[in-house]
Design a protein around this ligand. Sequence first.
Ligand SMILES: [Zn+2]
Length: 104
Amino acid sequence: MSGKVVVGGVHIKRENLAKIIETKGARLKNDLTGQISLLVHGDLTSQVVTNMKIQFSDKLLEIVTQDRRKHHVCVVSSAGFSELLIGRTAKCLHDYVAGRGAAT
Ligand SMILES: [Zn+2]
């Protein structure tokens, strides 16, 4: 989790996110390691456009590092996360993030 995560228009606190995620059989981790499979980046908009400015947080930079190790960490926005919670699919923003990160 990174940034402000909003589900259904409501900002969800981290401790509540942890509980929600556990009901889905996953675990919330604060450190990004090789075990991470999904980064929810609350500050990313759902519609990523090419001129969008990404604040390259430590977590996003770690995505780039993991990418170089051939470990694909999926990245979704708050909107994407909301979709996943109700069993729908979400657009993976990994390629965009990794591409932008590699260019900086
Ligand atoms: Zn992915």
